[in-house]
Design a protein. Structure first.
Length: 115
């Protein structure tokens, strides 16, 4: 249930971001946004750790800022894999990933269950 809620929240955030920043990203509809949320989750689960491992020296040298580039690469890869979702360039992917990460942090913090 928690996973479905996270996918739903992420897909709503993707739709909201693409609505407010149409020059950066475009999503065709809610179905595409749900697919984007699922693909992003899978890419973050399987591909991102491998990229982080291979780029660890660069990440350490840049004090972790290279992780922003890895996040942008994951967003760009997702736009290549999902029909109905497009990103305009690398800086669009970078901006989209920053806005999505910040908004996910805020919403997930607000919807967290108390212990």
């Amino acid at each position: 249930m928690k996973l479905l809620l996270r996918i739903l929240i992420t897909s709503l955030l993707v739709m909201t971001i693409t609505h407010f920043f149409p020059s950066i990203a475009h999503v065709d509809g809610f179905k595409s946004a749900v697919i984007v949320a699922i693909v992003l989750g899978l890419l973050n689960l399987f591909v991102k750790p491998i990229l982080v491992l291979f780029t660890l020296p660069v990440t350490i040298f840049t004090l972790g800022l290279f992780l922003l580039v890895i996040n942008a690469a994951i967003i760009a890869l997702c736009s290549k894999l999902v029909d109905g979702f497009s990103i305009n360039g690398f800086f669009g992917a970078l901006f989209f990933s920053i806005i999505l990460s910040l908004s996910q942090s805020i919403v997930f913090k607000l919807t967290r269950e108390s212990k």
